[in-house]
Design a protein around this ligand. Structure first.
Ligand SMILES: Cc1ncc(COP(=O)(O)O)c(C=O)c1O
Length: 486
């Protein structure tokens, strides 16, 4: 059959090499098979979308670098599998592999809607609507001004500073910069600390968009595996010594994706390690308000309270109130704030005033909305746990004390396969590999409980079908999908 030549984007040899990462698993003789397996993994994982045009064989060979014969053999294999198509004069491009999607379930029409479990993001808190009305009335006093606030609107900076102070970290408003979400805050902080080739210590697993932000600086994430019950501080100490990272990026409160939290004792020790290595740390507190079991009054103080001179703290309204507001912030020493704002003005000149005032309004009396948020998430967590026990009994997980998702261990290294098959069953998933610095984690899958209970029940039902389907075909793909963990 004549396949149309797609108009998709072209991936350069250099970018392909970066995406492939450490792809060799066996001796040189197996190189082509390893290369093909890793490309297939990137396709299944969505990182090389169907339609992407590949560079010429010579460019791939130069970028990796490997022999041209090896590239030809790998492409031949991928063509045979239907992962790559080529035409003389038009080059090669990615096609969607057939044979792994399975047969779509015959879903009743009411439940056909796609369930997005790739995002762990709850809807807006109900109090947002009233806050919008209140802010609308207050806007005229701002409309008379220029509206540019590189540091953020003073009122919001003050309220956030007070919240840190109340949590045991004395903070003044000049230590706060308002950003457009925590992701923007991270990009700004990374620009301050890292450049091409620098190493950044991260947890493994870690938040995928943070790993992408690190990679987009041409910096290198250095993963320290999380133990099942928390941070391997000896491992962090060794990595600080051996890899000499420029900065660490850590999520110590209801870590995404594991839901783990580092206690005060661990924070004391981590502070000592950072100080000894003189390594600054970007501590992402995006999920800090989602303590589902404990009393927030018993929470450990922010990490900066243990190493203020080295820590830059990121915060966000996205999970506590709503991601659509795009409000985040940075808390740092005043001199760091000054440098951050200088960096910022080449990228943007401030965050939207209306949304900052909205967040300020929500922070005047935040507890009722947060209590409601926590209660709802805790109930949804139980629904997902029960539904998985019914439909996916072979998947195991620790019950997280907070955050937005379950980090499930599967019964085989089939996370990407599950994610691919799930698409044709109306479920979007982020497979385990997305949370890895350099591939791997194929035994793991993050399942958020940020959706309503009835949707979670339906999701678990569909996942049960997906799991059975994949279990039936697992032998064909197991070996090739198990990418080495660095
Ligand atoms: C750990 C972590 N950091 C940052 C973000 C992004 O937050 P924002 O929407 O504020 O950019 C998320 C969102 O899931 C997250 O889980």
């Amino acid at each position: 059959m004549d396949q149309g030549i797609p108009l998709g984007g072209r991936v350069s040899g250099q970018r392909l090499a970066r995406l492939l990462g450490d792809w060799r698993r066996r001796g040189a003789r197996q190189g082509a098979a390893d290369l093909a397996a890793r490309v297939r993994m990137l396709v299944l994982d969505g990182q090389l979308p169907a339609g992407t045009r590949l560079p010429a064989e010579r460019e791939i060979a130069d970028a990796l670098p490997v022999s041209r014969t090896m590239v030809t053999a790998a492409l031949d294999q991928l063509r045979e599998e239907g992962v790559v198509a080529s035409r003389r004069g038009a080059g090669s491009w990615i096609t969607l592999p057939t044979g792994v999607l399975g047969r779509p379930l015959d879903l009743p029409s009411a439940s056909r809607a796609v369930i997005d479990l790739a995002r762990a993001a709850p809807p807006a808190v109900p109090s947002l609507a009233a806050a919008m009305d209140a802010v609308r009335l207050r806007m005229p006093e701002h409309l008379a001004g220029h509206g540019y606030h590189e540091h953020g609107v003073p009122e919001l900076r003050r309220l956030l500073a007070e919240r840190y102070t109340a949590r045991g970290l004395p903070t003044s408003p000049d230590q706060i910069v308002i950003t457009s979400g925590a992701q923007h805050a991270l990009a700004l902080a990374l620009r301050l600390f890292t450049g091409p080739g620098d190493r950044v210590l991260v947890e493994q697993p870690s938040y995928p968009n943070a790993l992408d932000a690190i990679r987009s600086m041409s910096a290198i994430p250095v993963p320290v595996p999380l133990a099942p019950d928390g941070w391997d501080l000896a491992g962090i100490a060794a990595a600080l010594r051996q890899a000499a990272p420029r900065v660490a990026y850590l999520v110590l409160d209801f870590q995404n994706p594991t839901g783990l939290r580092l206690d005060a004792q661990g924070r004391t020790r981590l502070g000592e390690l950072l100080r000894r290595a003189r390594t600054p740390a970007i501590i992402d507190e995006t999920l800090v308000d989602l303590d589902l079991d404990g009393d927030p009054a018993d929470a450990p103080p922010p990490m900066a309270a243990f190493a203020d001179e080295l820590v830059v703290t990121l915060g966000s309204a996205s999970k506590s109130h709503w991601g659509g507001m795009r409000i985040g912030w940075i808390r740092a020493r005043p001199d760091v704030v000054h440098r951050l704002v200088s960096t910022r003005t080449s990228i943007d000149l401030g965050t939207a005033v209306f949304e900052q005032l909205l967040m300020a309004e929500l922070l005047v009396d935040p507890e009722p909305a947060l209590r409601e948020r926590r209660a709802e998430l805790a109930a949804q967590r139980e629904v997902l746990i029960d539904s998985l026990a019914e439909h996916c009994p072979r998947w195991t997980f620790r019950r997280p004390a907070g955050g937005l998702g379950l980090w499930c261990e599967l019964d085989a290294p089939v996370s990407t396969q599950i994610a691919v098959v799930a698409q044709s069953h109306g479920i979007r998933l982020a497979p385990g590999g997305r949370f890895a610095a350099q591939g791997g984690l194929e035994r793991w899958l993050r399942l958020p409980y940020s959706l309503p209970a009835d949707v979670l029940r339906e999701a678990a039902r569909r996942l049960g079908s997906v799991a059975s389907l994949v279990a039936g075909s697992a032998t064909a793909m197991d070996g090739d999908l198990a990418v080495p963990v660095a």
